[in-house]
Write a protein of this length. Structure first.
Length: 436
């Protein structure tokens, strides 16, 4: 349930609203691997949270269809995702979404080489809808099933688009530095920041042939960054999800107006001779995040400046508008509110940036991959890009549509597993707390 950022719409028979993003990259393919057809078509299904998504991707690098059914309208009145409602909506949407993905890709079930599905992390009931459907489909079609970690999917969203761009450009100069274009150029050591509503994780990513290795080197100790965006937006009477609203309103405020600071992460005392102080989970202390404090700081600011009556009015005014736009919301925000929003966003982004670039330096990364819903944030993209340029580091983000939850990223992450014959066990079930 995110704001729709691009792409066309199509209406399914049951009137669920689908977001449809189709890429037209050109790849001839070079024959099947391990008994797969030359096309290597993977149908992927993603239902980890509140988006029912299905995509068909060719050989893990050419998106034929990427359909997302948003549940925004259902959850926004509760200010967050209601797990039971999410599962029910997935049950309603899964069949039309899969059919729409096949139709858009102009393929049939018989053309598929494999089915892929998100096994976790996520909401148990929501995951189970996708997993049950994918297992039944794979069994009925007699096609292999691949289980994918949602977080790995987010990282592959960036890689998928890099490969699509390289295929499309056929070696022509591209927006990204040439050393990061094309499949063979992914062997470099990368740092991935996955920053979403549920996660703020730093991974060292190493590719060995078709195999990817991930090592988690940083994480949040409490709220995820996206969660902080959503909670602050809710506190200020804005819609759900809050990240896109904060993103849209922040440029209208002064980011230096409210001097927030993020809490320092406490750790065991630094012993003499230790290389670096470690945090509670063995991660380096300076790669740990904490966003619950700034949420409380915003609340205290609101109370101290008696902003509650204006917030109440804003909340009521927005509740009366179906699908409010920026032009509806902006006049409802005074300068103090806009300054607060801009200062909050700047503080969170600066913290993400400082720790991400410190981690990149520590592991000797040549490239930074930023993915997850918060990676759609415009100030974050500009600020990270500016820092990367200053340090002569390459940086890549997915397009806004692939930043938030989708199934094309799941298909892309499934491909290396499929060709390595890492298939799901028949006992596959939801793993809500799966880590990467
Ligand atoms: O990756 P995602 O779609 O789902 C999870 O796996 O969590 O991320 C959703 C999160 C929400 O917290 C949403 O507010 C945030 O991403 N988000 C943004 C923006 N677009 C989505 N946060 C800041 N700026 C945005 N433009
Ligand atoms: Zn996600």
């Amino acid at each position: 349930m995110k704001m729709i950022s691009s792409g066309g719409f199509l209406q399914s028979p049951d009137k669920c609203r689908l977001r449809n993003f189709v890429s037209e990259g050109g790849d001839a393919g070079s024959g099947g691997a391990g008994g797969l057809s030359a096309r290597g078509l993977v149908l992927a299904i993603e239902t980890s949270c509140d988006e029912t998504a299905a995509a068909v991707v060719e050989r893990g690098r050419r998106t034929l269809s990427n359909v997302v059914s948003s549940q925004v309208a259902i959850h926004e009145r509760y200010g967050g995702v209601v797990p039971e409602l999410a599962s029910r909506e997935h049950l309603r949407n899964i069949v039309p979404v899969v059919h729409a993905a096949l139709k858009e890709a102009a393929v049939s079930f018989a053309d598929l080489d494999a089915v892929a599905v998100t096994e976790g992390p996520g909401l148990a009931g929501a995951l189970l809808v996708g997993i049950s459907y994918a297992k039944a489909l794979s069994f009925a079609l007699g096609k292999p099933l691949v289980a994918v970690n949602h977080l790995e999917g987010h990282i592959h969203a960036v890689l998928l688009e890099q490969q699509e761009r390289a295929l499309r450009d056929c070696g022509a100069p591209a927006a990204l530095p040439s050393r990061f274009e094309g499949e063979t150029r992914l062997d470099i050591k990368s740092l991935a920041l996955v920053v979403s509503g549920g996660h703020t994780h730093l991974y060292q990513v190493c590719r060995k042939g078709a195999h990817f290795d991930y090592s988690n080197i940083g994480r949040t100790l409490d709220d995820a960054a996206g969660e902080a965006f959503d909670k602050v937006a809710k506190l200020l009477g804005l819609g759900y999800p809050g990240g896109p609203w904060i993103d849209a309103l922040a440029p209208h405020g002064d980011p230096a107006a409210v001097p927030f600071s993020l809490a320092q992460i406490k750790s065991k005392p630094h012993r003499r001779g230790d290389e670096e102080p470690e945090g509670p989970s063995g991660h380096r202390q300076d790669f740990l995040f904490s966003f619950s404090g700034i949420k409380t700081a915003v609340l205290r600011y609101v109370q101290l400046h008696a902003m509650e009556p204006a917030i109440r009015l804003r909340r009521e005014a927005l509740a009366a508008i179906s699908q409010p736009r920026l032009s509806d919301v902006l006049p409802l925000c005074d300068a103090q509110t806009l300054d607060l929003i801009a200062s909050f966003q700047r503080t969170v982004i600066n913290d993400l940036k400082r720790k991400t670039f410190a981690a990149a330096r520590a592991i000797g990364a040549e490239c930074i991959l930023v993915s997850g819903g918060v990676a759609a944030n415009r100030e974050l993209r500009a600020s990270f890009t500016h820092e990367a340029d200053a340090r002569a580091l390459a940086i890549a983000f997915p397009s806004p549509a692939l930043s938030t939850d989708n199934a094309a990223m799941i298909a892309a992450a499934a491909w290396p597993k499929l060709i390595a014959a890492q298939l799901a066990h028949p006992s596959l079930t939801a793993r809500p707390s799966l880590s990467l």
